[in-house]
Ligand binder design. Structure first.
Ligand SMILES: C[S@@+](CC[C@H](N)C(=O)[O-])C[C@H]1O[C@@H](n2cnc3c(N)ncnc32)[C@H](O)[C@@H]1O
Length: 338
């Protein structure tokens, strides 16, 4: 429907009084296909510029569906081009997404402990949000998705989501919980993942609930999550990276890398495969991959992402997630209107 809201004349606009419009006011005019005449009540007292603005808004509203459709078509075309590049060996594999309705869930659950907003800068909080988008994106294309509880979901993080990815409220199998997890779960079942733990996870036990520290801090707060878990009497474990890869750099991974490794482990039941598929080449560069007694040195070029680039990947995923969701929503709308 056309926007009927009054438009305030801006500075410099001269109201077009019926007198000044003279006989011209009843004349039919054409604004980019919209026929109108200045004596319509909705234009009363408005300057010619204000009328134009009103018509421009009306046109914008009327072309919304067409715009969305063309956006969707462009997205489709881009995906076809990406697939072609992949098949010709000139581009990376396109990210395969499952429709949310086709996602497969097991009984596993991960808690993202998001109680650290006050320890992050604005940029880090934005990165944290972007990493959660990556977790969900990975969950959608995983062989077996893991239920994610975002605990301690406070106003700071919620504010970033509301602004950047408002569709988060519809994410499947994600619980947004403002309360801390301590009050909701049986402590004996919890295992807090931490690179600082003395214990190493040999497998991901089905009856355990694993916690990832939801913080981006460039490891400024060393031992933060380990200390928190110990104080609360919760078991901790580090991922067994050292058993498979001698990393040239630190073993502290980002939130989404840890989550993606867990998804890959659930798929392959093979830590080495999970690490190799998720840990970026930058971290693997100059590292040694252990294969039984054999040790292979990795000498790849450093072609991986720094933190800002990682955010950019998340932004792209966010856009394509939004496009996917829009497409799914319009499909559902079409199906229900049949
Ligand atoms: C960026 S790290 C947070 C670093 C933070 N300074 C700390 O105290 O843990 C984000 C989370 O990923 C998980 N994590 C990162 N590297 C890990 C590793 N090697 N083993 C197990 N968990 C890890 C932990 O849950 C950690 O809290």
């Amino acid at each position: 429907m056309a926007d009927q809201s009054p438009v305030e004349p801006t500075k410099g606009d001269v109201p077009s009084s019926p007198q000044s419009q003279g006989n011209n006011s009843t004349q039919q005019r054409d604004y980019k296909g919209i026929l109108y005449s200045l004596d319509e009540p909705r234009f009363s007292g408005l300057s010619k510029n204000a009328v134009k603005r009103l018509l421009r808004d009306q046109l914008w509203e009327q072309t919304r569906t067409k715009r969305l459709q063309s956006k969707r078509e462009k997205h489709k075309k881009r995906m076809v081009e990406k697939r072609k590049c992949y098949e010709e060996g000139t581009g990376p594999a396109p990210i395969k997404r499952t429709k949310t309705s086709d996602m497969t869930f097991g009984d596993r659950r991960v808690i993202m402990d998001c109680s650290f907003s006050d320890l992050m800068t604005k940029k880090e909080l934005d990165s944290m949000q972007a990493q959660l988008v990556r977790c969900y994106s990975a969950n959608r294309s995983a062989k077996e998705a893991i239920h994610l509880t975002v605990s301690g979901f406070d106003d700071a993080l919620k504010g970033v989501f509301d602004k950047k990815t408002s569709s988060y409220k519809n994410w499947r199998n994600v619980t947004w919980d403002p309360q801390p997890y301590e009050e909701q779960f049986d402590k004996s079942k919890l295992v807090y993942l931490s690179a600082d733990s003395d214990c190493t996870a040999k497998e991901l036990e089905e009856d355990k609930i694993y916690i990832i520290g939801g913080i981006v801090d460039k490891n400024r707060h060393k031992g933060l999550c380990q200390d928190k878990a110990v104080k609360a009497g919760i078991a901790t474990a580090q991922l067994p990276i050292g058993d498979y890869i001698k990393l040239a750099s630190r073993k502290v991974l980002t939130v989404n890398q840890v989550y993606e490794i867990m998804l890959k482990w659930v798929e392959h039941r093979d830590w080495k495969k999970a690490f190799m598929e998720v840990i970026p080449l930058r971290k693997l560069k100059d590292s040694e991959i252990m294969d039984g007694d054999q040790v292979d040195k990795v000498e790849q070029k450093d072609d991986d992402l720094d933190d800002d680039e990682a955010d950019e990947v998340a932004r792209q995923q966010e856009e394509s997630l939004a496009a996917d969701e829009q497409q799914e929503a319009s499909q559902v709308a079409q199906e229900t209107s049949l």
